[in-house]
Design a protein around this ligand. Structure first.
Ligand SMILES: *Cc1c(COP(=O)(O)O)cnc(C)c1O
Length: 368
């Protein structure tokens, strides 16, 4: 028998979350962001759930190739654009749209031989200072690009640094609007947080949503602004479940310690369960005692250190739990129970994004 751990990818949850993005930005087209192998879900596994998108946005050319192999004939956008001239060959061959965020990418395009001009997304650094042309250089880049025979339509693009936090989008919106006011072309600005928090709003809503939104994390069922909102608060459903079973049960006496370093000490008689999931499966090693977990759908907590292949959990709230009991590390549990990946991530001092991306290769995955 294989080791009792598995991940499930929920096709219906992906489709529902994608519809939520549409509802939040009803006038916009929707890129499903599937970089990092669909945030750890697997592009091939997520594809059925996300095939209602208007396009797929990603980073790696090999991922773009995989989306084409799945039969997708619609738009594909490279969010970081091309890294070297021969990438442009593949863009021509696979009909990929690509981001242009620095001058060298315009040089590469100018030297590229193609019969079919490329659709490009010209990125503005509106304040995040990662990728893009500064507002003062943006018009110049646009003019240079629009003079190239290799270039078809130019979409104006930026990315928000704090759409999920207190800063919001106002300052970057203002910078973007001021520098693009007289430029023609479609616009794309919003990630999940901006789409959920600002695109649906009155007034500026339409400007924030613009022609294309780029939701990533929300389509996988994690709340971008947790804990201000949780997934249920945004009506999102977890698209990934990580579950395992109890492979041992121990009865502890007061003073008994658990796991490496004896990091947990029982204060009273208690039962603990040993779960077939550890950091080599993608469970965060830094998750401390008290991290939430479900046993038979009942909420309890981890105790002691996470080791490579196992974690230990408090069975006090689930006295009937025995060998083989089902343990939900995140996602959907039995009888309609739920444990949001965001809660586990927060306990471990990280975000849902990192946990889903870190699901380890050794965990068998099925699509439901
Ligand atoms: C990853 C990414 C997104 C999606 O962000 P989420 O926070 O996951 O919604 C959108 N746009 C760009 C440019 C990205 O790199």
């Amino acid at each position: 028998m294989p080791r009792p751990i598995e991940a499930l990818i929920h096709t219906e949850a992906l489709a529902l979350n994608l519809r939520r993005a549409r509802q939040a930005a009803p006038q916009s087209r929707v890129w499903a962001v599937v970089k990092a192998d669909a945030y750890g879900h697997g592009i091939e596994r997520a594809y059925a759930g996300l095939s209602g998108a208007d396009g797929f946005a990603l980073l790696d050319l090999d991922e773009a190739q995989r989306v084409r192999t799945l039969g997708w004939r619609g738009p594909i956008l490279l969010l970081e654009g091309c890294f070297e001239p021969r990438d442009l060959e593949l863009c021509s061959r696979l009909d990929l749209w690509h981001t242009v965020h620095h001058e060298a990418q315009i040089d590469m395009l100018a030297a590229h031989k193609t019969n079919v001009p490329h659709r490009v997304f010209l990125k503005m650094n509106s304040g995040m200072n990662r990728l893009g042309f500064r507002p003062s250089a943006y018009r110049g880049a646009w003019q240079r690009l629009s003079g190239l025979t290799q270039v078809d339509e130019i979409t104006l693009m930026t990315h928000f640094a704090d759409a999920d936090g207190p800063g919001g989008v106002a300052a970057q919106m203002a910078a973007f609007e001021a520098a693009t006011r007289e430029l023609p072309g479609e616009r794309s600005l919003s990630n999940s947080a901006a789409t959920l928090r600002f695109a649906g709003a009155q007034g500026e809503g339409g400007l924030v949503a613009a022609d294309w939104v780029r939701p990533g994390i929300m389509v996988y069922g994690s709340a971008p602004d947790y804990p201000a909102h949780d997934a249920a608060g945004w009506a999102l459903q977890p698209a990934m479940t990580l579950r395992a079973k109890l492979i041992a049960v121990q009865s502890l006496q007061p003073g008994d310690r658990v796991g490496y370093g004896g990091a947990f000490t029982a204060e009273a008689p208690m039962r603990i369960g040993v779960v077939a999931c550890g950091y080599a499966d993608g469970y965060p090693r830094v998750a401390p005692t008290g991290t939430p977990v479900l046993v038979n759908g009942v909420r309890t907590r981890t105790v002691g250190r996470v080791s490579m292949d196992m974690i230990t959990v408090d069975l006090t709230p689930v006295p009937e739990a025995a060998l083989g009991a089902e343990v939900t590390l995140w996602g959907h549990g039995p009888n309609g129970s739920l444990l949001c990946i965001d809660e586990v991530a927060r306990s471990a001092g990280t975000v849902g994004y990192e946990l889903m991306c870190a699901l380890a290769r050794r965990v068998p995955v099925s699509v439901v």
